[in-house]
Write a protein that binds this ligand. Structure first.
Ligand SMILES: [Fe+2]
Ligand SMILES: [Fe+2]
Length: 172
């Protein structure tokens, strides 16, 4: 699309956007726990790398390595979060854990699929036909669907538990 057309329609294509145009990481996404915030940020930053490789075009061999790392990051993060939420007696823990399990299952299915593709399979950058596109959608759903909704739901209970702990220990 020419820049003149863009000015007229206001449209740009996704592959022309940097990651910061899609989702900008910042304090508005903080859950108020430094360790969890750091884990979320690490996942977001890794996603930014995956996003750039989608824009440039990526071979399946590399994509396999990325999804293995993503799986490890998510599994570690989910376990940490579940332990923390279990510790404060979070009321919605069961549903939260179910969402985590479902995401890991989805990512695992992608990893299995990538194993069936040839190592040097690649696709043009920015294509929705790229195997990388499914990973993009997955992490977008993790960020928008899970962190910005389900994770945000435990911010208040977490804060309340911290406050009562501080009152008990008299550390306020
Ligand atoms: Fe999380
Ligand atoms: Fe979570």
């Amino acid at each position: 699309m020419s820049s003149t057309n863009q000015e007229i329609t206001g449209r740009t294509q996704m592959q022309d956007q940097t990651i910061n145009h899609l989702i900008k990481w910042g304090d508005h996404l903080s859950v108020g726990n430094p360790e969890i915030d750091a884990q979320h940020k690490e996942i977001y930053e890794f996603w930014a790398e995956i996003y750039e490789s989608w824009r440039d075009g990526v071979r399946v061999g590399e994509l396999r390595i990325s999804t293995d790392r993503l799986f490890g990051l998510l599994r570690t993060h989910f376990l940490y979060e579940e332990r923390l939420l279990g510790g404060i007696g979070y009321g919605d823990l069961k549903r939260h854990v179910a969402e985590h399990r479902s995401m890991l299952k989805e990512l695992q299915a992608m990893r299995e699929h990538f194993k069936t593709l040839a190592d040097d399979d690649d696709s043009p950058g920015g294509s929705v036909l790229s195997p990388n596109w499914s990973v993009m959608q997955f992490v977008l759903a993790f960020t928008l669907g899970h962190v910005m909704t389900s994770d945000m739901s435990y911010v208040q209970p977490l804060q309340a538990s911290r406050n009562s702990e501080q009152r008990t220990t008299g550390s306020v």
